[in-house]
Design a binder for this molecule. Sequence first.
Ligand code: NDP
Length: 325
Amino acid sequence: MFKALVVEKDDDGTHAAVKDLTLDDLPETEVTVAVEYSTVNYKDGLCIGPGGGLVRKYPHVPGIDFAGTVETSSDDRYAPGDKVVLTGWRVGEAHWGGYSQKARVRADWLVPLPDGLTTRQAMAVGTAGFTAMLAVQALEDHGIKAGPALVTGAAGGVGSVAVALLAALGKEVAAVTGRPEQEEYLRGLGATQIVPRAELAETVKRPLESETWGGCVDAVGGPMLARLLGQMEYGASVAAVGLAGGANLPATVIPFLLRGVNLLGIDSVMQPYDNRVRAWKRLAELLPMDKLEGMVTEATLADLPKLGADILKGRVRGRVVVDVN
Ligand code: NDP
């Protein structure tokens, strides 16, 4: 017997509760992992609650990422005792996920725990931090320009890690937040400038404003992304990661045509293996572990229904590490 957060659905909607499961309840896939830590990402909020169309079948075990130790493996790449990390591949959505003391997954979906990180640190990074690294790598690949780097949704999970990574690269970082009370937290992560969310909330009136930002990691999307495209330096790039502020993009193409601005799409879910390993290695090297620790709130499986609701309301700061045991 082991414990997991199980979401069930009836005529009244979905209900999440910690339940006992057995190994026979898990899907028949190659690698069984004793999960040590998971996290809470925006998508987890959807999957713990009514699902947002992501969960197709109930009962369901959410948790889009986890880190732990291999117990059994029918695949040569992994052996009992190996430390592993999983993000993406629709685990926790279409497949049972990491809010469980045991998980059974495909070997293709795992990466070895990177040297220099514990399983707890890997989940302090989690999908949000891994995606922030993918975004920063994409900006680097296209050239980060001289002006400050802008991070939207800065006090959230993706945003917090993006601020710390860009600061670690020696960039000035401007953090956009709707929570002015998080200024000290954001400066502690390396932000040199705080931009109130309201300043970027107005929709595009002029397609080009003054060239201000040398790069951007955008977790918000919507009218804010449309607006900041017109504020990018000539040739600078925006890594579009999220839609916390909306999925529509009421923009013009003028910043692309007259300023050579690049809009880079970032997907963490289907990211190829080699780039996953590259991003995790870079995180272990670049991300200051004291700053990572400063982002962390600890939680247990029983805390998840509340945390899931909180993250959907933008009330979670930084990263939540879930000790499933
Ligand atoms: P969080 O909830 O931790 O962070 C989102 C932040 O966005 C909030 O903390 C808040 O920051 C800001 N925000 C919330 N609502 C609004 C709003 N209406 N307008 C403007 N800003 C808002 O979520 P995550 O960091 O885990 O994820 C961020 C986004 O990235 C989500 O949309 C998520 O789905 C997406 N994502 C995408 C991935 C991919 O593969 N492309 C992978 C992981 C996440 P503040 O309080 O500082 O303003």
